[in-house]
Every structure is written in structure tokens, then in C-alpha cells.
Design a protein around this ligand. Structure first.
Ligand code: SAM
Length: 212
């Protein structure tokens, strides 16, 4: 089953579901804003129903957001229209489909997405490529390898039945290492009380892109 079908099917339900903790979500938004200014060029991949993009849009110059699910994006467009936000461009696809230039983006956001990608390492290299030196990659990721590593045996069955999306199982330390390998310095990370398997991190692009 192609990944977008799962997300298309659950888009409405996902939109109606409250976040695990509104206070933790607000803290994430506040931590992101420390890296925004009126000139910021921001990209979000796996933007879902656009709540984060629409909320953060007033604090940046332009925000380009991508998602593979048409149904998620339909809700995102509606949210942007309702909020009279006009500096967000929603595009259907993956980060790679944006074809952005090297060193052209100030901040990239990836919220609840890295664990859902079949190509996490490759995506981190792409994030590094498009960020300006000193730019930030801000992410929030379920690291189910911390406490539920057994799910790696069930996930493929759930995926075949269309009950689960692609789910990659890794620990927080493994994710931190992936970020370093891709050429990032980890400025900050935080595990919210409400979601003990989620790592929120702010990583800065340093040095040269990884070889190869
Ligand atoms: C768990 S939701 C997170 C949505 C949003 N970022 C949030 O925090 O609410 C994951 C989203 O990623 C999208 N997605 C999954 N794989 C993707 C990919 N390779 N590229 C872009 N979006 C993807 C899904 O369609 C879905 O909207």
C-alpha cells in the first residue's frame, strides 16, 4: 500500500484528535520561534493538516510546506484560509519534490515525521543540503525503540493490512547519531513529560555536508 493512502484515510480523524499535551505543543512552538525572524525562509515536511505551519506563518517571511497526503493538505489549505494566512505554500509530495537550492533555507521543521520515513538518513542529508550554514533543523520524533522495540515485529503486519503507516523503530541516541552523521550539531533536545518516547530537538547545520 502506498503511504499516502493510509494518511488520506485517517486525515479527518487526525485533525480532530487533540495533541497529547497542549502545553507541550505550545512549548515546541515557542522554542521554534526563537529561530524565526521576519526574513526567515522556512520549510516544513510532513506538514499534515498544516496546524504548525499556519500558526508559525506570522513569525516568518515565507513557509513552504509539503505532505504526501492530498486529504491532509485539503485541511491545511482550509486552515490557512480561515486564519487569513497568505505566506504559506502547501505542495503535495516529499521534501525532495521541492527541489530547493543548496544553502537556501533558514529553518526546516519535521514534526512527527522522521520515524515514518523509509529513507530517514537520505532525508537528513537533504535537509542539511538545503539549509544555510548555521540554519536549524527542528524536529519532534517518536523514538519507539526506547520502550516498544517489539513493535518492529508487528509493524510490517499492520502495514500490510493497511492499519499502520510505515514505522521505523529506533532509539533517541540512534536519532541523535543520525543527526550528527548528517552534519548537524545538536543544540537542544527535550523529552516532553506527556510523550516519553518523543525527542524534540533543535539541530544546527555546521561544517561541510557529509561525503557521498
Ligand atoms: C503523524 S503525521 C504529522 C503531521 C504534522 N507534522 C503534525 O505534527 O501534526 C505524519 C504526516 O506525514 C506525512 N508523510 C508521510 N510520509 C511522508 C513523506 N515521505 N513526505 C512527506 N510527508 C509524509 C503524512 O501524510 C502525514 O500527514
Amino acid at each position: 500500500m502506498q503511504a499516502h493512502r493510509f494518511w488520506d484515510r485517517i486525515a479527518n480523524k487526525y485533525y480532530q484528535q487533540p495533541v497529547p499535551s497542549e502545553a507541550d505543543y505550545q512549548r515546541k512552538l515557542t522554542l521554534m520561534r526563537e529561530h524565526f525572524n521576519a526574513d526567515s525562509e522556512v520549510v516544513e515536511f510532513g506538514c499534515g493538516t498544516g496546524t504548525t505551519a499556519v500558526t508559525q506563518a506570522p513569525f516568518v517571511k515565507r513557509l513552504r510546506a509539503v505532505d504526501i497526503s492530498e486529504r491532509m493538505l485539503a485541511i491545511a489549505h482550509q486552515q490557512a484560509a480561515d486564519a487569513h494566512v497568505n505566506n504559506v505554500e502547501f505542495t503535495r509530495g516529499t521534501l525532495f519534490d521541492l527541489n530547493l537550492a543548496d544553502n537556501s533555507v533558514d529553518v526546516v521543521m519535521g514534526m512527527s515525521i522522521l520515524h515514518l520515513l523509509p529513507n530517514r538518513e537520505e532525508t537528513l542529508v537533504e535537509v542539511h543540503r538545503i539549509l544555510k550554514p548555521g540554519g536549524q533543523f527542528i524536529s519532534s520524533t517518536a523514538c519507539v525503540g526506547e520502550k516498544m522495540a517489539w513493535i518492529r515485529y508487528l509493524a510490517p503486519i499492520g502495514q500490510k493490512l493497511g492499519l499502520l503507516p510505515v514505522l521505523k523503530v529506533f532509539t533517541m541516541d540512534a536519532l541523535r547519531q543520525d543527526l550528527r552523521t548528517a552534519g548537524f550539531y545538536l543544540d537542544q533536545d527535550w523529552v516532553p513529560d506527556s510523550s516519553p518516547m518523543v525527542l524534540f530537538s533543535v539541530a544546527t547545520k555546521t561544517g561541510s555536508p557529509p561525503a557521498g
